[in-house]
Ligand binder design. Structure first.
Ligand code: SF4
Length: 384
């Protein structure tokens, strides 16, 4: 086991690796096995894992990648994560992928599979149609059939048919990952001075490309060392950050907010934490995965669920985290994010929850305005 600082440094290196060295090495060591890339937000990685594939989450290029080639392919009103994801492909960084899966989460993303198929004919692209209406009685059955369809494609590309036992083992592995992530987030809520939001962000982000077995090991080691960390509580306000369900804020942006606040909860990489409880390994495992998506899942701007009104879900999140306010962000040109900002503001005005609205872009490098906004927000909370 390494020391905590080494493990945090390793997480950051993995999280910022735009050359995907880890997945490339994984594939070079076992060339018969395949890699599946999937775009934000949620994807049932267990299915690809059970087929012997390495599923990796494609989350854009951040502020270290210039989207020169992609700019020529996409309109200027398209969000940055779409551009940088295409740039990762056009620059050859994702040439090791054997399959790409996207989701119609918004008008921009619904075209990604088509663009991918035309641009990279050697990398079959699929769209996973998650239910538009999760409140329909047929939603679980519909999703079960959709997962079966996807499973057939995955089996064909992997050259490996998936048995129920394969899938149960993968579900158990991913249950452990989700449980460790819940532990990490609980620790941050209880003792945010032991683990900052930016540190937590890179630990979780490392899990977008690490094999799940390795990510579980990393999480176990970090969680065992954190309680002994030599850190003292500071006099900072507690806030919840939302709006990063798809495009991710630059790490420097999180660090800027943390100068004034403890960010005690957030929706960074919410797709990896989408299922909120263990998925049952009894019975039909594929059905259980579909049922968990509908019945035991969190919420995000990309899904409308009348049982989970987003503004009320966010208020509950703020109260459960004993936060004093919320930073409601939206990525530039992100329609679902901007729409929800309006709902949050309206609800919080009547519910008496303090909040600020901010806009960000993954390629952003200057944070002066955000710093001023967060400082003013924190002071207003402290002196209210
Ligand atoms: S950031 Fe928003 S607009 Fe862009 S792909 Fe994601 S959901 Fe769609």
């Amino acid at each position: 086991m390494g020391c905590l600082e080494d493990l945090l440094y390793r997480s950051r290196v993995i999280a910022e690796d735009l050359q995907f060295q880890g997945p490339k090495a994984w594939k070079a060591a076992q060339p018969h096995r395949k890699v599946l890339g999937h775009f934000q937000v949620y994807f049932p990685e267990e299915i690809a894992h059970a087929a012997g594939m390495l599923p990796i989450k494609i989350v854009g290029g951040g502020n270290k990648l210039e989207a020169r080639r992609a700019d020529a392919h996409l309109g200027s009103f398209i969000c940055s994560i779409m551009r940088s994801t295409l740039e990762l492909g056009l620059s050859g960084r994702l040439s090791f992928l054997d399959m790409m899966v996207t989701h119609p989460i918004c008008d921009a993303a619904r075209h990604l599979a088509g663009i991918w198929t035309r641009t990279f004919p050697n990398q079959p692209a699929q769209i996973l149609y998650l239910p538009q209406n999760p409140n329909s009685k047929a939603a679980v059955k519909y999703l079960y059939h959709e997962y079966q369809r996807l499973q057939r494609d995955i089996e064909q590309i992997a050259g490996h048919s998936i048995s129920e036992e394969d899938l149960r083992k993968s579900i158990a592995l991913y249950n452990e990952n989700r449980s460790l992530l819940r532990e990490l987030y609980n620790l941050r809520k209880e003792s945010p001075w032991l683990l900052s939001a930016s540190e937590s962000f890179v630990i979780v982000k490392a899990g977008t490309i690490l094999p799940k077995e390795e990510h579980n090991q990393l999480l176990r080691e970090i969680l065992s060392l954190l309680p002994e960390r030599n850190a003292k509580p500071q006099d900072k306000v507690r806030v919840v950050f939302v709006g990063a369900f798809c495009e991710l804020p630059p790490i420097e942006m999180i660090e800027t907010m943390e100068e004034m606040c403890y960010v005690v909860d957030d929706d960074f990489l919410i797709g990896l934490r989408w299922l909120t409880e263990d998925v049952s390994c009894e019975g039909d495992p594929l059905w259980n995965l579909a049922a968990a998506y509908i019945e035991h899942s969190t919420w995000a701007s990309t899904q409308y669920d009348c049982h989970k009104p987003k503004e009320k879900m966010l208020e509950c999140q703020v109260r459960a985290a004993r936060a004093q306010g919320a930073i409601c962000a939206a990525a530039k040109f992100c329609e679902p994010g901007v729409d929800d900002q309006i709902a949050y503001a309206k609800h919080f005005d009547s519910a008496g929850v303090s909040y600020i609205l901010v806009e960000f872009e993954e390629k952003q490098t200057s944070f002066e305005r955000l710093k001023m906004q967060t400082e003013t927000f924190a002071e207003a909370i402290l002196f209210e």
